[in-house]
Structures are given as C-alpha cells and as structure tokens.
Design a protein around this ligand. Structure first.
Ligand code: KG4
Ligand code: ZN
Length: 337
C-alpha cells in the first residue's frame, strides 16, 4: 500500500511516501522537508503561530512535489499517516486537518502517529537489522528520555528530563555564547573545531534517575561572566563551547551506561535532533559491549519519513485513527501501550 505521511509538530514541515507490504520493512519512496529556521531565528525561538502558518503554506507544495518526484498521482495514495502529537497544538492541527481532509475526501485509512515513537523508530528506519529489545536515548529540542523498546508500542521509560531537554540546553547555552536560535549545531561545530578546554563545568546531576539541565545554563552564564570581555575572543569562545558540549554529552552517556548495566540490554540507539552531534555519537559508540545505531543525519531532526515508517507498520497491523479524533498536544509514550 502506498502511504503518504505528514509531520508538522514543531518547526519543520515533513512529507514522505512509503510502500507498505506485509512481512517486509516499509520502503521509503521519497521524502521532502522544509525547515523554518530562518523564520524563527529573528525571535530567538519558535513562535507557534508563525510555525503553524508556515506549515499551512508548505504542506500542499511539499505533498505535490513529493508525489510528482515519485511519479504517483494523488489518486494512487492508499493511506495517510500524520503526527497526532505531542507538539505545538496549532502546528499539529495544520498537518492533522490536512491529513483528515485527504482521508475523508477519498475514504482512505488515517493513522495518527506519536512523534516521540516516530523519533524512536527512526533508528530502525535507517538500521533495518536493529532488533527488539533495545535501549533508546531520545534527545531532541523538546525531549530527553531513555527508553527500553520492547516492541512497536511497548516502551518502558527509564529516565526523562525534569526540566530542560538536551537540545534546549545546547540552544540556551549557544544563545549565551551569542549564537542565533537554534544554536545547538553551531555550538557543537565550534566545540569540535577546538577539541579541548581550560574551563570546567560542574557534572550535570549524575545520581538522580532523571536528567536536569537547567542548572547548566546558570553555570554557563557564571563562567561567561567570570571570563569577562575575553569570552568573546574566538579561542576562549571555542573552549567554552567545548566545555558545554562535554558536560551535556557526559550527562547523557552516564545515564545511558547506567541503563545498559541495569537492564543488561546491549543494543542501543540514539535518536532526535541532538543525535546528529558528533561528540555524542563517538562517545556512545565507545561504550564497551554495546552496539550503537543512529539515524541518518537527515532523520535526526523532525521529518516526514520517521512518521511514515511508524504509520506503515501500524497500518499493516490493521490500526486506524477515527476521522473525528483530535490532536494530542501531550501524549507520553506510556499511553501508547
Ligand atoms: O528533533 P528536533 O528536530 O526537534 C524536536 O523534536 O525538538 O531537534 C532539534 C534540536 C535543537 O535543539 C537543535 O539545536 C539540536 O536538536 N541539534 C543539535 C545538533 N543538531 C541539532 N544539538 C547538538 N549538536 C548538534 N549537532
Ligand atoms: Zn522531534
């Protein structure tokens, strides 16, 4: 079955087309992505109303260009997958209403997908040999969780953040260093170009079960204050970036190692926007006795392919979302079981 999927939960509009056949991995035919980074950069963060309007503008264009590239007409689409939550309500509504409209007009099955589950499954989308059970570190701009994945829809959340997400910690620290939003990747590139630091940040809350990154921002602000005007010098700025990245990556790897030890599971995956981070990928790969899987860089950030992959699996299981269903701005993984 040909399934068209849409993602619009935050500030990326994603569209993908999959071929779903019983007994084989869903096959990605084409995908399209429109980033809104430029729109929100001006405001230092995502403006939900602007993001929603951008989705509305982007969706028809991305859908028609994806279908055209695949050589498929709209009449040949056999099911619609769409992110139902969690996310920004106005943004979710744009994709969900668009999908419902298409499904209603042509009497097609609709599959509402959980965005966190889509990130989680992006590891399998790009590593088809990855088998359950595996441990997943989900690190994005909105989520930081370690999850024991036992099967599609069967997840045990072992650890999650009690305040900021890892991506947020990168972006807020980057902002303190003077980078425009979202500065995570730019901070990481600067840190990698330097490779060392004279600065030491306190270890981020190691022993507690959950993650906490809010204290890091205060520590970074203090460090920058102490450095005074020299904080703007290229060498000092790069060393500050290195110390920040090292501190966030250390916190993530510490808890991942502990989860591996506690569960005895030796298959691991890292997904979400921050999984594009080179230092994190390297340090997770160095954890002894663990095979680590990562999505392609294109599938780390929000995208339509990860949504289509989950929609295809659920469609083949006979699942359908009723056309009178609503979006779910809050939708924790535990509620999927
Ligand atoms: O998964 P994603 O696109 O959005 C959410 O669902 O939240 O993740 C975006 C986050 C941003 O905070 C961004 O700064 C961060 O991922 N990010 C990075 C890198 N690339 C993206 N953080 C650190 N290093 C990177 N290379
Ligand atoms: Zn996301």
């Amino acid at each position: 079955m040909r399934i068209l999927s849409l993602e619009s939960s935050c500030d990326e509009t994603g569209v993908a087309l999959f071929d779903a056949v019983e007994g084989v991995q869903p096959r990605l035919i084409v995908e399209k992505l429109a980033s809104q980074e430029r729109v929100h950069e001006l405001y230092g963060g995502v403006v939900p109303e602007l993001a929603a309007r951008e989705h509305l503008r982007n969706l028809p264009y991305l859908v028609s260009s994806a279908l055209q590239e695949a050589g498929v007409t709209v009449k040949e689409v056999e099911a619609i997958g769409v992110t139902r939550g969690p996310g920004l309500k106005g943004c979710l509504l744009m994709g969900f209403c668009f999908a419902k409209g298409m499904a209603a007009a042509r009497e097609l099955p609709l599959i509402g997908v959980n965005h966190i589950e889509a990130h989680l499954c992006s590891a399998m989308l790009d590593n088809p040999d990855l088998e359950y059970p595996f441990l997943v570190l989900i690190v994005s701009g909105g989520h930081t969780e370690i999850v024991e994945a036992l099967g599609l829809g069967h997840y045990k959340v072992l650890s999650r953040t009690i305040d900021d997400a890892a991506g947020e910690a990168f972006d807020k620290s980057a902002n303190l260093l003077g980078f425009p939003y979202p500065g995570g990747a730019r901070l990481a590139a600067l840190a990698d170009s330097c490779g060392r630091s004279r600065f030491k940040l306190p270890k981020v809350m190691r022993e507690a079960p959950g993650f906490s990154f809010s204290g890091l921002k205060t520590a970074v602000a203090l460090l920058i204050k102490e450095a005074g005007p020299s904080a703007g010098e290229p060498e000092i700025k790069a060393e500050l970036a290195y110390a920040i990245q090292d501190s966030i990556v250390d916190a993530l790897c510490f808890k991942l190692r502990r989860a591996i030890k506690e569960t005895g599971i030796s298959r691991g995956a890292v997904v979400g926007g921050v999984s594009a981070n080179r230092c994190l990928r390297q340090r997770v790969s160095e954890i002894k006795g663990v095979s680590a899987a990562f999505p392609k860089l294109l599938h780390c950030v929000d995208n339509g392919a990860m949504v289509g992959y989950v929609a295809a699996l659920r469609l083949l299981r006979g699942e359908r979302t009723p056309l009178d269903a609503d979006v779910l701005a809050r939708w924790p993984l535990e509620r999927l079981a």
